[in-house]
Design a protein. Structure first.
Length: 404
């Protein structure tokens, strides 16, 4: 099996995912094209060497449908020989797309490939594709479907995480993200978004609330109480977890991931390909894994995926210097750290999706790039990126930094 290395990772800033957000007027094709152009411009590789463009997208309908990656590659000026495909593993789509690109290289089928993702949540809202898991009553009943917010509160109740635990993690995410921006830690990877007239629309993540405190978060009402109690989803969850008397609703907008727009791209390839074009490899893909988990609680998969990736690499959690776990909800991060025995000083050190936002199909590729940037800044060796996934799944990728 061939070695696969990472040459570059870029992302747009995250724009608020509503009509007043700075990226709302930018179609998703433009977001994807922005990062694909940057990958081509920043790396002296003829695009005909790219074996594929693989982008994650969780709602591949309307403006995000029609094989957006292929059209974005053409629109970005890539050679017409470059194919494109979009993939959907819910929240892990961007990381899975990058893993698929890496698999092409590892299997000897590509010298270079591009992975990444795109999601314009302000223009194509979550749930727009109306999949049967949530919309077909028979399917939902037989699989014990509940909305993900109920799953997050179920997780907190089952494992004993309090409202204060979750709010404290959220405040830490905001503080770390603010510090990261103040110290320009993202500057090497952020690609500003321009409109079609070349006017700057956004060059900085805009979802952050750096003034958040335990007091301000404490004033917010739980977001999923009505879904659970009035619409009956608590009862569905308790069918699966009958040892619980009730579900404590503790998650809200301040300790859950933000709805945002954005895109990301990662260039992977062989060592020889890089030598041919004068590129310096930044890290190698050590291992990756995706797993299935119990679908009602749905959010416990990242630790099992990370453990499988560790086992494949012959590593332990103690060998990993830095972790990125998507902050879908605060309880997800708390459980992930507890299962793997992690010190929070090594987890999401630049904040996470609670502060920065979670552009569904792009987040996995974004956090992989953030992980690599921070590993270089701190001169660390091993890092792991992981995400929970709807319907009960998890995905994780381990990388090893290559010293220049």
């Amino acid at each position: 099996m061939s070695e696969c290395v990472i040459y570059d990772a870029v992302r747009t800033p995250r724009g608020k995912g509503r009509a007043t957000g700075s990226l709302h007027t930018i179609p998703p094709i433009e977001l994807a094209t922005t990062v694909l152009k940057a990958i081509a411009d920043r790396n002296d590789v003829p695009t005909e060497r790219f074996a594929d463009v693989i982008l994650g997208c969780v709602e591949p309908v309307k403006e995000q449908g029609g094989n957006l990656p292929r059209i974005a590659a053409l629109y970005a000026g890539y050679d017409q020989s470059v194919p494109g495909v979009q993939v959907n593993r819910f929240c892990a789509s961007g990381l899975v797309a990058t893993n698929m690109a890496a698999a092409l290289v590892m299997s000897g089928q590509a010298d270079f490939a591009v992975g990444g993702g795109v999601e314009s949540m302000s223009r194509v809202p979550m749930g727009a594709s109306r999949g049967p898991w949530a919309t077909d009553p028979q399917v939902a009943a037989e699989t014990k479907f509940v909305p993900q917010g109920i799953s997050a509160d179920l997780m907190a109740t089952l494992y004993g995480y309090t409202r204060q635990d979750c709010d404290a993690l959220a405040v830490r995410s905001q503080e770390r993200a603010a510090q990261a921006w103040a110290e320009d830690r993202f500057s090497g990877s952020i690609i500003p978004v321009l409109d079609r007239n070349g006017v700057l629309m956004l060059d900085r993540d805009e979802h952050m609330r750096p003034g958040a405190s335990l007091d301000s978060l404490g004033a917010l009402k739980p977001a999923f109480t009505a879904l659970g109690e009035q619409y009956g989803f608590d009862a569905v969850a308790l069918q699966r977890y009958p040892t619980l008397e009730r579900i404590e609703h503790i998650h809200h907008a301040g300790n859950s991931s933000g709805i945002v727009d954005g895109a990301a791209a990662v260039l992977v390839g062989t060592r020889q390909g890089g030598l041919d074009h004068g590129l310096t490899p930044r890290a190698r893909i050590v291992s990756f894994a995706s797993i299935g988990s119990e679908p009602t609680i749905m959010l416990t998969g990242p630790a099992d995926a990370a453990q499988r990736a560790l086992d494949r690499a012959g590593l332990t959690a103690a060998d990993i210097d830095l972790w990125e776990i998507n902050e879908a909800f605060a309880a997800v991060v708390l459980r992930f750290a507890d299962v793997l025995g992690l010190d929070h000083d090594r987890v999401n050190v630049n904040g996470g999706a609670i502060a920065l936002g979670h552009p569904l199909g792009a987040t996995g590729a974004m956090i992989l790039g953030t992980l690599l940037d921070e590993m270089e800044r701190r001169d660390l060796r091993f890092g792991c990126a992981a995400l929970c996934v709807g319907a009960g799944m998890g995905t994780a990728t381990i990388i090893e930094r290559i010293e220049a």
